[in-house]
Design a protein around this ligand. Sequence first.
Ligand code: ADP
Ligand code: MG
Ligand code: MG
Length: 247
Amino acid sequence: MLEIKNLHATVGDKEILKGINLSIKAGEIHAIMGPNGAGKSTLSYVLAGRDGYEVTSGEVLYKGEDLLALSPDERASKGIFLAFQYPVEIPGVASATFLKTAYNAQRKYRGEPEVDAMEFLKLIREKTKELDIKDDMLKRAVNVGFSGGEKKRNEVLQMALLEPDLMLLDETDSGLDIDALKIAADGVNRLRSPERAGLIITHYQRLLDYIVPDFVHVLADGKIVKSGDKSLALELEEKGYAALSAA
Ligand code: ADP
Ligand code: MG
Ligand code: MG
């Protein structure tokens, strides 16, 4: 599904990613943990194709294809979903409109007919019901004045609609209450299947109580310094990252 080979990336003139190697197969959920400033968000931005993050060497293959050659839109339409630490606000655009546009863009790209307003309404009602999300949020401008929990619900709804093959989440626990954390986890867990994969980036272990990963990796100073199963997350919670670098 995703193959990251010796990935180096810079922000400005500063090298942040210093040789990342990571292989994610269909059906697997991988978690990346690590101290603040390690480069976790940089990795997610590079995978998203965000401006200002320059890959200086290495490669990333997504389903065997050169991911880095694809535009952010192409990545999304080919089944990659990125949920970010700080969701953007889009004043003047209702959430429902935004979701419909994203959904139809993906369909168009895949050569499927776009859905009309009625069909979309039906679909979104199913999803909101499934996820237990109030649909009054859909009329409001994207993320404008949304609470942390509402932003999270909106994002999970988008993910549920797009049914991505690869879920990339860059999560912080700060500012997220336990309910919002559970919403995010529920969104991921519902989509978990042998055909899909996920990369969950998080600072804290708590999220991994809800999304139980198959593999856990520790990112420190731009490199993966340790990999293990879910017990590694518990070990880090107990001993901290400092113990790891001292080992
Ligand atoms: P993490 O998500 O693991 O906390 P980040 O990827 O956000 O780490 O940051 C890694 C390093 O890159 C930090 O030293 C940070 O200061 C630096 N960095 C990140 N984004 C930028 C930017 N836009 N401009 C300059 N430095 C940045
Ligand atoms: Mg950070
Ligand atoms: Mg971060």
